[in-house]
Design a protein around this ligand. Structure first.
Ligand code: AMP
Length: 192
């Protein structure tokens, strides 16, 4: 895999974080997960964390302004140019800001992996994860709200990236190993 920057796109519960983590380890890429970064602020009780805690708990998105600044800060200090973005961008505004940032840094967006999972399975997965991890946004009603927010604000990115020829749709159903094998196959086919 020779590309530079890869995005994992998909509804909450699609498995982005898990698959991105495994791929980043296997291919020596740096994974930036905005959800993890924001939750870390909440758990440390930083000023940002206190401000965003109610937003995360309600299943809404944190403002584009905050997210764009956060990604710019993180990307600017990275030594590696092999980056996996998990959970960013989530709005068209964020996608446009990312394009500018990548141009400024001389980085290239090589693939956008869309993990495709039916909505009922997504809710089941999130509710089970909530029982294990105790995430405040993983109860059923917040899970449904997060799906609504995804459809309204993030799904437009599917067409955005499809029109740029960057979108690769991967079925996110089945075991973690099966999904991972599909991702690797699609990426390796492209870079041989
Ligand atoms: P995740 O772990 O990716 O599901 O993210 C958990 C929560 O963090 C989301 O429900 C949002 O409240 C917030 N969040 C993460 N990434 C973004 C983003 N790119 N834009 C806005 N909010 C975000």
């Amino acid at each position: 895999m020779t590309g530079q920057v890869m995005i994992f796109l998909g509804a909450p519960g699609a498995g982005k974080g898990t698959q991105a983590e495994r791929l980043s380890k296997q291919y020596g890429m740096v994974k930036l997960s905005t959800g993890d970064i924001l939750r870390d602020h909440v758990s440390r009780g930083t000023a940002l964390g206190q401000r965003i805690e109610p937003i995360l708990s309600s299943g809404q998105l944190v403002s584009d302004e905050i997210l764009i600044e956060l990604i710019e800060d993180r990307v600017s200090v990275l030594e590696s140019s092999k980056i996996i973005l998990d959970g960013f961008p989530r709005t068209v505004e964020q996608a446009k800001a990312l394009e500018q940032l990548l141009i400024a840094k001389g980085l290239e967006l090589c693939s956008v992996i869309l993990l495709d999972v039916p909505v009922d399975l997504l809710i089941d997965r999130i509710v089970s994860r909530g029982k294990v991890l105790g995430r405040s946004d993983d109860d059923e009603s917040t899970a449904r709200e997060r799906q609504r927010v995804y459809l309204e604000q993030t799904e437009p990115l599917v067409d955005h990236y499809r029109s740029k020829g960057l979108l690769k749709v991967v079925a996110g159903t089945g075991s973690l190993d099966e999904v991972y094998a599909r991702i690797v196959k699609i990426l390796e086919k492209e870079h041989v």
